[in-house]
Design a protein. Sequence first.
Length: 121
Amino acid sequence: MEKDVTAKRVVLSEAKKALKKIQSGKKKVDFPVVAAIENLFEKYEIKPVAYHSGKLNGVNCREVMKQARKLFVDIESYLLTVIHPDRCTDDVIISTCKLHGDIAATLDTITAKMRLKRGQP
């Protein structure tokens, strides 16, 4: 059994390396949907930061939550225009964007109340 586990770990490790190589070779142009959503974030002045590996940091996430309702309406509108064979149905896109917008707005409300209790803006 130990040999079997060792062999599977080797296969897993090789598969992870192959995936990482493929992912590192991809550019934004290979992901037009991701690039378009990142452009929507910029419209709302939500910008990934270089010191955070180009990802959203905590301040950005709070801004997403603050503007969630409008932001997810725009994301929904964009996703409904995407043509792709693996695309979800319109109903799934609409319900998912509404759900995520509601969740983020709710989290914003909760954290805003917590910040006020601590005397933060």
